[in-house]
Design a protein around this ligand. Structure first.
Ligand SMILES: [Ca+2]
Ligand SMILES: [Ca+2]
Length: 431
């Protein structure tokens, strides 16, 4: 099953250029040379074996290597490499991209490009520690690992894993359900969920080095915050998981939160300047995920200058309905939960706080103006005009407010129109 549609190459030089889109398999400890460029396309797989400092597969590319596909890394039976082993498996005159690692022997394989021309693999684990739970059973297991091992969950039952795994080897859910009940239960390694399997977070502030979900798998973050290290997931992949979670969490890989659904909240994310990601249950409007929808978020929303432009937007810049842009629909999402300067909306003791009424003062005024935009939208009124020539920055006019006021005057929408009727569609409405 692993090796469907693969070409087996045993030391031959390959044609120029080589495009790996179906899958390539190097022989045991083979060194293969590509005379020209090498393209490992998304969806393509290159399988290589690693064992000792001298015994591993190598690909020498005389031209450029573009690595957007998957590198399937395995250790031959009985030949687990020592912890921390490094393997320079691909060399090229230049290198673009970084392959996804399919870590078939649970070696905790991490990949990095050295000097723009060498792909180096480093092992951070010494194989799997398998926990199998049969159908219908739930097993709690907090036993710490005595060695650097990858937690592998098998079977259709539920494994409840708490305690502390201080090592960075991570976890793979091959089947059934994994419930994570302590922040340190998985260490700080990657989490991989295979097709049909699920994982649920019951502990806050879980830190992962990477997150990978196969088709048909899901991750329920519940009320918890999840941190993913730099390079552990792209924003595009993360958005895709969040949108899938809303649209089709059964057949597509998705991040969901049942608690968010129960509380009529959603899931927000923030990408830090270093590329690390934070994902958490959130109210639309909470751009910085601090548990409040307040002036800080409104300023964020305005400062990006993306309102009603066709430019790609993120949660941080006001795309709260995940349709890729920031416009009046996002303002409606924000208003549907009320502007909150009276305290947080996040749960205090395991339940989600009732969203407060809009507060007083400036927020109230802003809320009224933004509400006008919502009513305008509901009434099929004029959309706020495009403003391409305004300079960006904090001094920029509050476009939603100004446009809403103008729009409200034109349409004369009654103040009593309930905002909820104008509520925008859920994630991916424009997809
Ligand atoms: Ca906030
Ligand atoms: Ca949007």
């Amino acid at each position: 099953m692993w090796y469907d549609d693969l070409y087996r190459l045993t030391g031959a030089s390959l044609s120029n250029p080589l495009r790996g889109s179906a899958g390539l398999l190097l022989g045991d400890s083979a060194s293969v040379t590509v005379g020209g460029d090498f393209h490992l396309d998304a969806g393509g797989t290159l399988a290589i074996d690693v064992a000792t400092a001298d015994i591993f597969d190598r690909l020498v590319v005389n031209g450029q290597a573009t690595l957007n596909g998957t590198l399937a890394v395995a250790a031959p039976a009985g030949m687990l490499p020592p912890l921390g082993s490094t393997f320079d498996v691909i060399s090229a005159s230049g290198m673009v991209g970084l392959p996804t690692i399919d870590d078939r022997s649970y070696l905790g394989v991490e990949a990095e490009v050295i000097g723009g021309s060498t792909l180096r693999l480093t092992t951070t684990a010494r194989g799997p520690s398998v926990r199998t739970v049969s159908t219908g059973l739930t097993v709690a297991d907090d036993t710490p690992f005595a060695d650097t091992l990858v937690l592998v969950k098998r079977g259709a039952g539920t494994l409840v894993r708490g305690g502390s795994n201080p090592l960075a080897a991570g976890a793979v859910v091959e089947g059934g359900r994994l419930e994570v009940t302590s922040t340190d239960a998985l260490g700080s390694g990657p989490l991989t969920i295979r097709a049909g399997a699920t994982a649920a977070l019951l502990a806050d502030a879980l830190a992962l080095s990477a997150l990978h979900l196969d088709d048909g798998s899901s991750l329920d973050i519940g009320l918890c915050r999840l941190d993913i290290a730099t390079g552990g997931i792209t924003e595009a992949a993360l958005r895709s998981l969040l949108i899938n979670g809303q649209e089709d969490p059964v057949s597509l890989p998705g991040i969901i939160s049942h608690d968010a659904q129960l509380a009529s909240l959603t899931i927000g994310y923030v990408i830090a300047p270093d590329g690390s990601a934070t994902v958490r249950i959130a109210a639309p409007g909470d751009t910085n995920l601090d548990g409040l929808v307040d002036m800080v978020d409104v300023v964020d929303f305005i400062n990006t200058g993306l309102y009603d432009t066709p430019q790609a937007s993120s949660w941080q810049s006001g795309d709260f309905n995940y349709d890729g842009i920031t416009d009046a629909l996002d303002v409606v999402e924000m208003l549907s939960h009320g502007l909150d300067d009276q305290g947080g909306y996040l749960p205090i003791t395991g339940t989600v706080a009732v969203v407060p009424e809009p507060g007083a003062g400036a927020l109230m005024a802003m809320g009224i103006a933004l509400a006008a935009a919502a009513r305008c939208l509901a009434a099929g009124g004029l959309r706020p005009p495009l403003h391409h020539h305004h300079p960006r920055g904090i001094g920029r006019p509050l476009l939603p407010v100004r446009a809403a006021l103008r729009c409200a005057r034109i349409t004369g929408s009654p103040a009593a129109a309930p905002i909820v009727t104008a509520r925008a569609s859920t994630l991916g409405a424009r997809a």
